[in-house]
Ligand binder design. Structure first.
Ligand code: FE
Ligand code: FE
Length: 317
């Protein structure tokens, strides 16, 4: 079976999100529906409907206190972000210029809907009563959703739904939305690994999907711009507007609050984390909230730069 699963979609062999998203090239011709069917259900998901092995237990230290507060805020926010992404991306399916690209976006819609589902379900695994899921999500993440996700959604829907601009939509997704949120996901996998392995497995699976979304999205935009060079000025303008919007949003404050909560939990449960290294040569227990956040922001800037260059849009930097 592993013979049919491409390396970049295989849970054991795939590169990390950053290496993968920065170094891999994948086009919709390769990453069409047939590719997805062979790669994702068996290779990335291994049949794990919840994104982690079914027998995994959430440790007690995750069920209350600052770690519970940190992960519920994070996963509630990301569940809403993924659901909004799935809904917005669905507008790209009918606009896609050819069948492979249409199939790719259909699979991306499914991927994002699945990410929303596994983040949401993990809240239940952590102890949120299933029937209270919606109000709890609003309680812990409603403020961040309104101040960050609603303006981003409005910006994306104006391009994808109201103007039916396929290229604009692809660029907004790969540069502004996913490119900016993906490094936070990489940080998440690394920091939750020793504390909540199920969460880290969920993040790993979502991260592998994001490699595909970012690389194929960039390849689609690149090809489209090669065929329609006259679109370049307005796409550059769109990226700059998107970046200005992003800079105005309180993303930093949100991440800082989550990292502060994580820090309190980390100090309380340092013996569980032990010598685990968040990146080579650096023990998680020795890191600070600012350091972790700074690292993720650095990744984000680096990824954005490489993608923009690849698409021929480096002037936006
Ligand atoms: Fe996603
Ligand atoms: Fe994605």
């Amino acid at each position: 079976m592993s013979g049919s699963v491409p390396r970049e979609a295989d849970r054991d062999r795939a590169p990390g999100l950053l290496d993968g998203a920065m170094g891999l090239e994948l086009t919709p011709r390769e990453a069409n529906l047939r590719y997805w069917l062979a790669a994702v259900p068996h290779g990335t998901l291994r049949g794990w409907l919840d994104g982690h092995p079914p027998d995994v237990a959430v440790p007690d230290l995750m069920r209350r206190g600052p770690l519970y507060d940190a992960i519920t805020r994070e996963y509630a926010f990301r569940a809403v972000a993924e659901e909004k992404a799935a809904r917005a991306l669905s507008y790209l399916v009918p606009l896609a210029p050819d069948t492979d690209t249409m199939e790719f976006y259909a699979t991306q819609v499914l991927d994002e809907a699945r990410h929303a589902m596994v983040f949401r379900n993990h809240l239940v695994t952590l102890g949120v009563p299933a029937e209270r899921l919606r109000p709890v999500i609003d309680e812990v993440a409603g403020g961040d959703v309104r101040s960050i996700l609603l303006p981003l959604e409005e910006f994306a829907l104006d391009v994808m739904r109201d103007r039916a601009d396929f290229l604009g939509g692809v660029v907004v997704m790969t540069v502004i939305l996913e490119g900016a949120l993906a490094p936070a996901a990489e940080l998440s996998e690394r920091k939750w690994r020793p504390l909540d392995p199920a969460a880290a497995d969920i993040d790993r699976g979502a991260g592998i999907d994001e490699i595909r979304h970012l690389t194929v999205g960039a390849a689609v935009a690149r090809q489209y711009l090669l065929e329609h060079p006259e679109r370049k000025p307005d796409v550059l303008d769109l990226i700059r507007r998107g970046m200005r919007l992003w800079a105005r949003l309180p993303v930093r404050d949100m991440v800082a609050r989550r990292e502060e909560l994580f820090q309190r939990g980390l100090e309380r449960h340092a013996e569980v984390v032990g010598d685990y290294e968040i990146w080579p040569g650096r023990r998680l227990v020795d890191t600070t909230p600012e350091e972790r956040q700074g690292r993720a922001e650095g990744w984000s800037a680096e990824m954005k730069e490489i993608r923009l260059k690849y698409m021929g849009l480096e002037e936006a930097l």
